[in-house]
Design a binder for this molecule. Structure first.
Ligand code: CUA
Length: 345
């Protein structure tokens, strides 16, 4: 077919093929892929049953998609570069029916049944302690309901789970839509104001991992993370018992000074520390703050120095946060607060 009579799409495709120098581009997807394979927040580093299922699905889909991509591109190169002859009526029809109807129906139908067959296991109900998580403006309210308990154990910004059983989650949102996701354990579930959603997860590998909000919820959405600790069942029961207990009294002089500042500065209006007069419900519960792996929804490490940074300028760490700055306090006063709060293990 002469160039000027070729359809517009064919001319564009031919020119694009002539222009492509694909070598360096091939490294880009490869490096992106490898970067996502490891780490405490990686879907291809599964530490739970659901994540394992999703990773297997990915490893089935990937080679399949690559093969189909190579085949289609091979066909394009054949048609536009190697064989410029017209197809016969018969082979054109065979190509359209075979490649356009039969092949996608068989492949997509097979993949759909495979994916659907994995779903009931992921929707199964959990047993044991129920975990209630509420998305707040840019932190996570976490409550544990042990079986038969009539009151929850309040916590925040860290989710602790046992191996060997499925844990049920009840998910809510206080203000905007958030989305709860622990990539190493399974898929994500939206948290919608006024409508409780549920999910369940079955961790298999003990370890310290990371979760993240995956629904844009305002200026500090990207900083709305949390730590996830997976423990063996016995260690989990011991942890739960400790988490239910009231806070320990401060032992050192700076920590005692920090406790006095905590109350004189009015921190108790927003934060609760069980076992003390602090019963605020607006901000995260701090009863066992120092026992958590990170501070400020996983934005900072759990150290007295990080507490000082946070108290001095929370807006710099997490823009838009409701936590006010305590920059009128002196360095030693902030350090005392840091010692008290990190000492709440
Ligand atoms: Cu919460 Cu994004």
């Amino acid at each position: 077919m002469p160039e000027r009579f070729a359809p517009y799409g064919a001319r564009v495709a031919r020119r694009s093929l002539e222009k492509v120098r694909a070598g360096p581009l091939l490294f880009l997807p490869a490096s992106l892929l490898l970067a996502a394979c490891d780490g405490d927040q990686a879907v291809l580093n599964p530490a739970g049953r659901d994540a394992q299922t999703l990773a297997s699905l990915f490893w089935v889909l990937l080679p399949g998609a690559v093969l189909i991509w190579l085949f289609i591109n091979g066909l394009l190169i054949y048609v536009y570069r190697l064989n410029r002859e017209s197809f016969s009526q018969r082979s054109a029809e065979a190509l359209i029916i075979g490649g356009g109807i039969v092949f996608p129906t068989v492949v997509l139908g097979g993949l759909l049944s495979y994916a659907l067959s994995e779903m009931p296991g992921m929707r199964a109900a959990g047993t044991g302690t129920l975990v209630e998580v509420t998305g707040e403006e840019w932190w996570w309210r976490v409550s544990y309901w042990p079986e038969g308990a009539d009151a929850a154990i309040a916590s925040a910004n860290e989710v602790v789970l046992p191996t060997g059983s499925r844990t049920e989650f009840r998910l809510n949102a206080d203000d905007y839509i958030h989305s709860f996701w622990i990539p190493v354990l399974g898929g994500k579930t939206d948290m919608i104001p006024g409508r409780e959603t549920r999910m369940s997860l079955e961790p298999t590998e003990p370890g310290l991992y990371r979760g993240q909000c995956t629904e844009f919820c305002g200026e500090s959405h990207a900083l709305m993370a949390f730590t996830v600790r997976v423990l063996e069942p016995d260690a989990y029961e011991a942890w739960l018992e400790h988490e239910a207990s009231p806070a320990v009294a401060p032992q050192s002089e700076p920590a005692r000074q920090g406790r006095d500042l905590f109350f004189s500065e009015g921190c108790a209006a927003c934060h609760a520390i069980r076992g003390t007069a602090a019963e605020g419900k607006v901000g995260p519960d701090l009863t066992h703050l120092g026992g958590r792996a990170a501070l400020a929804s996983a934005a900072l490490p759990m150290t007295p120095e990080a507490v000082v940074r946070w108290l001095r300028a929370p807006e710099e760490i997490k823009p838009g946060v409701a936590m006010p700055a305590y920059d009128h306090l002196t360095g030693p006063e902030l350090e005392a607060l840091g010692h008290y709060l990190v000492g709440l293990e």
